[in-house]
Ligand binder design. Structure first.
Ligand code: UDX
Length: 453
């Protein structure tokens, strides 16, 4: 099986490398010559655990190659994946489809023999049909079908998510196309991975609906956390109790500063637009979008309140800038909102992140925060420390050492990563998410509960 993957961004590169790992001969195409050359030398454009290994191994084995020559790659392929970006269009909620349509145009003249073109990018419902129209207009004699095979890759565990997915969704209109898709994913089906076969619209919808549902789940528990703080309940225990119900499940019930990243914000926005366009507004998703934006702003207010009502002239140490750990991605990260707002309010912000500092600074500017290489240096002399990303090594910081460096002793732990009793024992004024305000022992929580009654 010969496969071309158009686009060596996050989705394209991970998919191309993993498809070669599954046994296909894969050519990844990108317009950026420098990037193609670097990939041939094993230099990765993104950080993703395990990716470099499979790229280098399969490239050396002759199963994975990189080129700028779309024509040569497409002409010899049985399947062509379109894995280019669908960023949120400037100032718009919907996805910018110009790269996908551009890729379709670029592929069309080079098709030889029956070929399945597969949308891998997250695209609005109906895109497969639109892509087919574009190709037909460009090359009326081409023998092809367009299918949809959405990805469900999480940053930081994308290789594992591809190789051991919860499911594979294959959307095709013809048996001929479905046969090609089945062949591509046969190695996964043989390991017991459920393979869902459906039409392209269903596959496209499944992706948006899944991401929107997960975003709603996070937003739900975040709102429950707010109520917990007012009523003396503990959101960690509530989430555990909820998660034991098999109908709910334990995942994505971790309260925090709001979701970010390259997918949830973009996909929920696009889904809301698709709903309105089709006369079927997704009210729940729209409420989720608003609640999440409010939450990011509210997190900054939490720091202000913890600092006694003002951060002006105060030094705030922000630990974590990426939207989640094990990635250098800061897109739509709650930390960006928090740093920018703190800066606006006259705080001196120091920030530390093991991987995302450079990207974050490029967005909020050098003035907004001083970047520190490690967490203790970041906390030194600060009036308050805010934990925004749950990097593993933040969990094991020596709280005694930290307490000795922080001036104001205020901690706002937005990921509930520290043991409250230990933090308090080390003299911190400890604030966390969804637990009784100053947290702590039941005796302290009880009056709060009574007050709420
Ligand atoms: C997500 C989807 O999980 C993936 O299937 C899709 O293909 C792309 O979008 P990703 O954005 O990499 O993946 O990250 P994910 O691990 O899902 O987390 C997204 C955001 O939600 C992060 O900001 C994270 O901190 C937050 N989150 C997640 C919570 O706040 N609580 C949770 O319980 C889970």
């Amino acid at each position: 099986m010969n496969i071309t993957v158009i686009g060596t961004g996050y989705v394209g590169l991970v998919s191309g490398a993993c498809l070669s790992e599954l046994g296909a001969h894969v050519t990844c195409v990108d317009l950026d010559e420098g990037k193609v050359e670097r990939l041939k030398q094993g230099i990765m454009p993104i950080y993703e655990p395990g990716l470099e290994d499979i790229v280098v191994t399969n490239h050396e084995a002759g199963k994975l190659d990189f080129t700028t020559d779309t024509g040569a790659a497409v002409a010899k392929s049985d399947a062509v994946f379109i894995a280019v970006g669908t960023p949120q269009a400037d100032g718009q909620a919907e996805a910018d489809m110009s790269y996908v349509y551009g890729a379709a145009k670029g592929i069309a003249p080079h098709l030889k023999g029956y070929t399945v073109i597969i949308d891998k990018s997250t695209v609005p419902v109906g895109t497969a049909r639109r892509v087919a129209e574009i190709i037909r207009a460009e090359n009326p004699n081409a023998d092809f079908d367009v299918a949809s095979n959405p990805e469900f890759l999480r940053e930081g565990s994308a290789v594992g998510d591809f190789m051991r997915p919860d499911r594979v969704v294959l959307g095709a209109d013809t048996e001929r196309a479905m046969t090609v898709l089945r062949r591509i994913y046969r190695p996964l089906a043989l390991t017991g991975v459920p393979v869902e076969e459906c039409n392209p619209e269903t596959a496209e919808m499944a992706k948006y609906a899944s991401n929107s549902f997960l975003a709603a789940k996070i937003t739900f528990i975040n709102q429950v956390a707010d109520l917990c703080e007012k009523s003396g309940a503990d959101v960690e225990d509530v989430a555990r109790s909820m998660g034991l119900d098999k109908r709910i499940g334990p995942m994505f019930l971790k309260a925090g500063p709001g979701y970010g990243g390259s997918c949830f914000p973009k996909d929920t926005n696009a889904f809301a637009v698709i709903g309105r366009r089709n006369g079927s507004p997704q009210h729940l998703v729209e409420a989720v979008i608003t609640a999440n934006e409010d939450r990011k702003r509210r997190m900054c207010e939490r720091i202000v309140e913890a600092c006694g009502g003002s951060v002006e002239g105060k030094t705030i140490a922000v630990l974590g800038l990426t939207f989640k750990p094990d990635t250098d991605d800061v897109r739509d990260s709650p930390a960006l909102t928090i740093v920018s707002k703190l800066h606006e309010m006259g705080a001196r912000v120091k920030a530390h992140d093991p991987m995302g500092a450079e990207h974050a600074q490029a967005i909020f500017g050098k003035q907004a925060a001083e970047i520190c290489d490690e967490p203790y240096a970041c906390a030194t002399g600060a009036d308050a420390v805010a934990v925004v990303t749950d990097w593993a090594h933040f969990k094991t910081l020596d709280l005694k050492r930290l307490a000795a460096t922080v001036r104001g002793k205020v901690v706002v732990d937005m990921r509930n990563i520290w043991d409250a009793d230990e933090a308090i024992a080390n003299g911190f004024d400890y604030h966390c998410i969804g637990r009784a305000p100053r947290f702590a022992a039941r005796e302290q929580a009880a009056p709060l509960r009574r007050a709420a009654e």
